[in-house]
Write a new protein. Structure first.
Length: 212
């Protein structure tokens, strides 16, 4: 399979950090918001930071919302990162109730730490976390050559996915006893709540695994 990755530019992502991480692997990558250009890709990255509602509205203005929703993911691989992962789900309550791409079942809600007994838990959740596989015995290609006991990933978010089906949940973190999906997967569609492009060598390895 020829590797031709594209990062979708819709004005709300860490495009250049992600491009630098991919280029570190010796792989050329394009940045585009043109559906015809994106169609030529093998691997699609949907990054994102900020508001879910604003992101969906921008994707619609660029004619990318329905394009991504209806793409044949037997032919393409898609990785949503942070807000990009949240956009994969059915809906979000951020700003106002708004629909996502519905590529993976679930909804996005604000972190609730009202019963917080440890002042180290704050909103937004910013920092480094070890992630845990849902099934510690199952081999996950996306986590190949990553030592989950030692290597942490960088998170920064105030909202998280809920109602994710067990067969779509690959890995998670616990935050004030809240189970936060860290990696979700459905076929060729993968989402990471953390930023692999900001997660040092382990993040680079995860991107490498996605691109294989």
């Amino acid at each position: 399979m020829r590797i031709n990755p594209i990062i979708i530019d819709y004005g709300v992502g860490n495009l250049y950090s992600l491009r630098k991480a991919i280029e570190f692997l010796g792989i050329e990558v394009n940045i585009s918001n043109n559906p015809e250009t994106i169609k030529k890709a093998s691997h699609i990255f949907l990054p994102g930071v900020g508001s879910f509602f604003k992101a969906t509205e921008t994707l619609k203005e660029l004619k990318l919302f329905n394009f991504l929703k209806n793409l044949d993911y037997k032919k393409y691989k898609l990785m949503g990162i942070c807000l990009g992962m949240q956009l994969l789900f059915d809906s979000s309550a951020e700003d106002q109730l708004s629909n996502g791409l519905s590529l993976i079942n679930g909804s996005v809600k604000k972190l609730n730490i009202q019963n917080n007994k440890n002042k180290s838990y704050k909103i937004p959740n910013i920092g480094w976390h070890n992630i845990e596989k849902k099934n510690s015995l199952q081999k996950e290609k996306i986590l190949h050559n990553i030592n989950l006991d030692k290597e942490k990933f960088y998170f920064v978010h105030s909202y998280h996915a809920t109602g994710v089906q067990n067969n779509n949940l690959t890995a998670y973190i616990k935050y004030n006893d809240i189970i936060i999906p860290a990696i979700v997967k459905k076929g060729n569609i993968i989402g990471t709540q953390f930023h692999p492009e900001k997660s040092k060598s382990q993040g680079i390895n995860l991107i490498k695994n996605f691109l294989q």
